[in-house]
Design a protein around this ligand. Structure first.
Ligand code: ATP
Ligand code: MG
Length: 467
């Protein structure tokens, strides 16, 4: 009986003695003087490859096997044997090899030499065939799975909020407008004032910047919910931590206050990091050795899992920054929105571990955050981690209607537009809280990949929407 095995399964000692079929893409071929060849293939199931020994007696040995190059796809059949080679438990002694597709070595971009991550972005359709991007894809998958498991185990409901929305979650980010109006015609006819009655939704509509407001409606009926969906921000910031399209996990909980929210955020992150270490051992070892310059990635992650996150009010953070004597590009004073350099100072130099900052000035935070009694701060929280900076942003929500309306007026928002959001406060209001975790920032932290464009399959950034 021939069993179809993944490379990952075939690399395990328990496969020894099995008659198997292996399918994948050739990484390398080496010919031995003794008249046979070693072919390494990978099928994406694991970081490591499996070696196939192809005897010279095969029918197509001269005609095909000896022409195999990186990128060719094959099916190899034969027996899995114990391997004498170093660093591999098993190999296949093949009795047949079928070639499905050739990859011309003169034009196939992924030859053996190492390419820069920048260059590989031009080949985003082929880069998952490299060690690094295969590993990123597997770790990203592990993290997504952990997120669902974490919430499902605690009886959160997974809810789906709309991608197209007419509310803007109060300037969480610049928005992409969605329209069916003919922009060329509008330009040609020099129409200045658009009449949205002729647009698809009868009013200006956008790609969502956050599912929070809608998630709140479900939390205020069903208790604990979370969304996990794409989010869009037309931020013209070409940084290594921003995408125009990214994935966000947004839990929202009724009868939750800020400390509960912090506990949940901390345990979610620890769960994700722990699962990556225990479930993706081989890939994580690869990131530690080959991606992280200091080879301390595994140690850093373990430290984060074992440590208590620092919880620090914004006001104290500002005092620490001012007293530090550090030269920052942006001067620190109470009331400013902390810049990435400040956040990094706190988490990378001062505390050397994750920091949850909370109680921010109300002037720099959106209308929906709960107002503290001091009359100047709101119950916002940002979770900062070394290397990445902000990974989570959240808050306890304002559940008192009059306070909410006052804040909306102060921020020049049209209260009528948010009538349904206000209704949650009008009918059976409850304290509630939630946060948003950027999936890509989490993948960056876990893998140590420095650019966010390299942890999502097809990055969308200003000027880039290829593939
Ligand atoms: P930042 O200050 O880093 O721009 P933000 O404060 O605008 O982020 P939030 O609105 O709090 O972000 O969004 C919640 C989370 O979503 C952030 O903590 C981050 O992990 C992620 N996130 C926000 N914007 C982006 C983006 N443009 N690309 C990727 N992830 C993002
Ligand atoms: Mg934020």
């Amino acid at each position: 009986m021939t069993e179809k095995l993944s490379v990952s399964a075939a690399r395990n000692e328990s496969a020894i003695g099995k008659n198997a079929k292996l399918q994948g893409w050739v990484r390398t071929r080496r010919d031995s003087k003794a008249g046979f060849s070693f072919i390494e293939i990978n099928d994406g199931s694991s970081q490591g490859n499996i070696q196939i020994v192809a005897p010279g007696e095969m029918d197509n040995y001269q005609s095909e096997v000896k022409s195999l190059t990186a990128g060719c796809s094959i099916t190899a059949s034969g027996e899995i044997k114990e391997s004498g080679g170093r660093g591999q438990a098993t190999e296949m002694l093949a009795d047949s090899i079928e070639v499905h597709g050739w990859a011309d070595p003169d034009t196939y971009p992924l030859q053996k030499k190492r390419h820069s991550y920048e260059k590989l972005r031009d080949w985003a359709h082929l880069r998952p065939r490299t060690n690094t991007f295969g590993a990123v894809a597997r770790v990203r998958n592990c993290i997504s799975n952990s997120i669902h498991q974490f919430f499902q185990e605690q009886s959160f409901l997974y809810v789906n909020t709309p991608i197209i929305t007419a509310s803007d979650c109060e300037g969480a980010g610049e928005m992409f407008q969605v329209t069916t109006m003919d922009l060329n015609k509008i330009a040609a006819e020099k129409i200045e004032k658009l009449n949205y009655r002729f647009d698809f939704f009868d009013k200006p509509s956008y790609l969502t910047v956050s599912g929070q407001l809608e998630a709140e409606t479900y939390a205020c009926a069903l208790g604990k919910v979370y969304t996990f969906a794409p989010t869009f921000r037309a931020e013209n910031s070409n940084t290594s931590r921003h995408l125009a399209e990214f994935w966000m996990v947004e839990p929202e909980m009724a009868f939750f206050e800020l400390p509960d929210n912090m506990d949940l955020a901390e345990s979610l992150l620890k769960r994700i990091f722990g699962d990556a270490l225990s479930r993706c051992g081989e890939d994580m070892a690869f990131f530690n050795e080959r991606v992280d310059e200091t080879h301390t990635l595994l140690e850093r992650l373990q430290n984060v899992i074992d440590s208590d996150f620092v919880r620090l009010p914004y006001t104290e953070a500002v005092e620490i920054l001012i007293k530090s004597g550090q030269e920052f590009d942006y001067k620190v004073e109470w009331g400013i929105d902390l810049q990435s350099e400040h956040e990094r100072f706190l988490t990378e130099h001062h505390f050397k571990k994750p920091v949850i900052l909370f109680d921010y000035p109300d002037t720099i935070k959106p209308f929906y955050m709960y107002c503290n009694d001091d009359g100047k701060t709101v119950r916002a929280m940002d979770v900062l981690v070394p290397g990445v900076g902000e990974i989570i942003g959240g808050s306890q929500r304002e559940h008192r209607l009059e306070v909410l309306e006052r804040r909306m007026k102060l921020q020049d928002l049209d209260i009528e537009e948010y009538w349904w959001y206000a209704d949650l406060r009008r009918f059976g209001t409850v304290p509630h809280a939630g946060f948003g975790l950027g999936l890509e920032r989490a993948v960056q932290f876990v893998t140590g990949m420095s650019n966010i464009r390299d942890v999502i399959p097809f990055p969308r950034t200003p000027g880039n929407a290829e593939f």
